[in-house]
Ligand binder design. Structure first.
Ligand SMILES: [Zn+2]
Length: 261
């Protein structure tokens, strides 16, 4: 905790205060919470895989339907990084806050399952998950454990054991709609919350980026921890422009073990 400026230390304390006062805190997480687990922010322009491989075309539902091999070849390095990734201190802090009754829901833009690996249970996945795959032929859904290891090790493209059609990871590709149920749940959680924490999201991908606005329009407090400013910078009670993996454990410690005022 020694390296932070006095301003950031004050922000951490204030954030912990807001958490202690909150009855229905909700967190929205994005790629920035998983970079410390070795997963690149693949939607960031100029940095991730998207930039190298014309992602709008390759990572689209249309491409997948016409040429799943091309998709699976492109997706391979990212899938490998995700599959072997472990949750970091930020995921663990959120899981502890949830267990302590301080956090009602996690709405995540990530597909990496790291919140669940950290022990969180109330997770709404807005962009799907790599944890399951679905058959494009008969719609049967399968867990990833029988299919991802052979794909990652030998490039074996997953096929449906029942009908033989190709399996698609249950991640939302460009051109695909968000899962309806997840979207409704997330909207409900954000409209009902009295504290919204944005952790590691630049709030650039719609419509999820609009969720914090729904919260603050109904009177919720807003804390944003992200390395770059977001469009809600001026609306937030607190902006901490740091890595969430450094900040969230400090907030969690103060919420759970710090002074009660
Ligand atoms: Zn099938």
């Amino acid at each position: 905790m020694t390296n932070f400026s006095s301003q950031i230390l004050a922000d951490i304390e204030y954030a912990a205060d807001l958490f202690r006062q909150a009855e229905r805190a909700v967190v929205l997480t994005g790629a920035g919470i998983s970079t410390s687990s070795g997963i690149p922010d693949f939607r960031s322009e100029g940095t991730g895989l998207w930039a190298k491989d014309e992602p709008l075309e390759v990572g689209s539902l249309t491409t997948f339907r016409h040429d799943p091999e091309k998709f699976y070849k492109w997706f391979h390095p990212l899938a490998g990084q995700i599959y072997k990734a472990k949750p970091n201190s930020a995921h663990l802090a959120l899981a502890q806050l949830e267990k302590a009754g301080r956090l009602k829901k996690i709405v995540t833009q990530n597909i990496d399952m790291l919140h669940q690996k950290a022990g969180s249970e109330k997770v709404i996945e807005m962009h799907g998950t790599l944890g399951t795959l679905s058959c494009l032929g008969c719609y049967q859904q399968y867990g990833c454990k029988d299919f991802l290891p052979p794909y990652l090790e030998h490039g074996t493209i997953p096929h449906c054991p029942a009908c033989g059609a190709v399996l698609k990871p249950d991640v939302i590709l460009f051109g695909e709609q968000l899962p309806h149920k997840a979207w409704l749940e997330a909207q409900q959680a954000c409209r009902d919350c009295d504290l919204m924490l944005v952790a590691g999201s630049s709030l650039e991908v719609l419509p999820v980026a609009g969720l914090p606005m729904q919260a603050i329009d109904r009177g919720a407090h807003l804390i944003i921890i992200n390395q770059t400013p977001t469009y809600l910078f001026v609306r937030a009670d607190i902006n901490i422009l740091e890595n969430v993996a450094d900040i969230l454990p400090q907030i969690k410690d103060q919420v759970m073990y710090g002074q009660t005022n």
